[in-house]
Design a protein around this ligand. Structure first.
Ligand code: SAM
Length: 223
């Protein structure tokens, strides 16, 4: 059976009833009960993040980082291992519970929060933001608002790294996870961030998956 089948079923069901964010907790609860699996939970840091880190120089020691939609926490732990003071959040309280169980002595601050109504003190508060694979599980109408919320976490001089599934404009959006087109990410630039790099590539998964990986900065001078 397709390991994404249950997630797709739940996503479609919740979308149809006008609750596009409700299925994540449901899926994590089912997984905790052993009734389904979390298709994106690899239980290791994202190789697309690790590969990026090897080839880029970003100051981590003593800096703050925020992991968006952190799932089971592997990327958040990796950021902490690189020296960031990390806050990691997910809309699913069950996912956050698993993070705390998996990493009991962790320095990462794990918390349940909704990207669209996050604590006000997070605004422009972080040096480094990691968004990997959350935008692609949100329906198109939530993408621009999500990007604005994500960009708003970046403090002056801070960076945002986005890693996402990608498609060409001519390709069909397909089934969840819905790959983004490059124009979707233009929104980041209208939220006061400058694009420093943009990669459109196939990763090393089998079969390879087309990705965008883009780094942005909030210029020191911008308000
Ligand atoms: C595809 S998973 C990716 C998880 C993790 N970033 C990874 O790469 O393994 C997307 C995650 O975003 C979370 N999520 C979805 N909508 C969210 C929202 N509005 N606020 C916070 N987290 C959200 C989901 O619960 C899920 O854990």
């Amino acid at each position: 059976m397709d390991r994404r089948a249950r997630a797709r079923e739940l996503a479609a069901e919740y979308l149809a009833k006008g609750d596009p964010k409700g299925w994540f907790e449901q899926l994590y609860r089912e997984a905790a009960a052993g009734k389904s699996t979390i298709p994106w939970a690899d239980r290791h840091a994202n190789p697309n993040l690790v590969d990026f880190w090897k080839r880029n120089t970003i100051q981590a020691n003593g800096k703050t980082a925020l992991a968006i939609g952190c799932g089971f926490g592997d990327d958040a732990e990796q950021l902490a291992a690189w020296g960031f003071k990390v806050t990691a959040f997910d809309i699913s309280e069950s996912a956050i519970r698993v993070c705390r169980q998996r990493f009991p002595g962790s320095r990462v601050k794990y918390t349940t929060a909704d990207l669209f109504s996050s604590p006000p003190e997070w605004t422009r508060a972080f040096d480094f933001i990691l968004e990997s694979y959350t935008l692609q599980v949100l329906p198109p109408q939530l993408r621009e608002p999500a990007i604005c919320c994500i960009a708003d976490f970046v403090r002056r001089g801070g960076h945002l790294l986005i890693i996402t599934r990608a498609r060409g404009e001519e390709d069909a959006p397909g089934l969840m996870p819905w790959p983004l087109i490059d124009r979707d990410l233009d929104k980041v630039k209208t939220c006061g961030l400058r694009e420093l790099s943009f990669e459109d590539y196939f990763d090393l998964e089998s079969p390879p998956v087309r990705r965008f990986r883009a780094l942005y900065e909030r210029c020191s001078q911008t308000v």
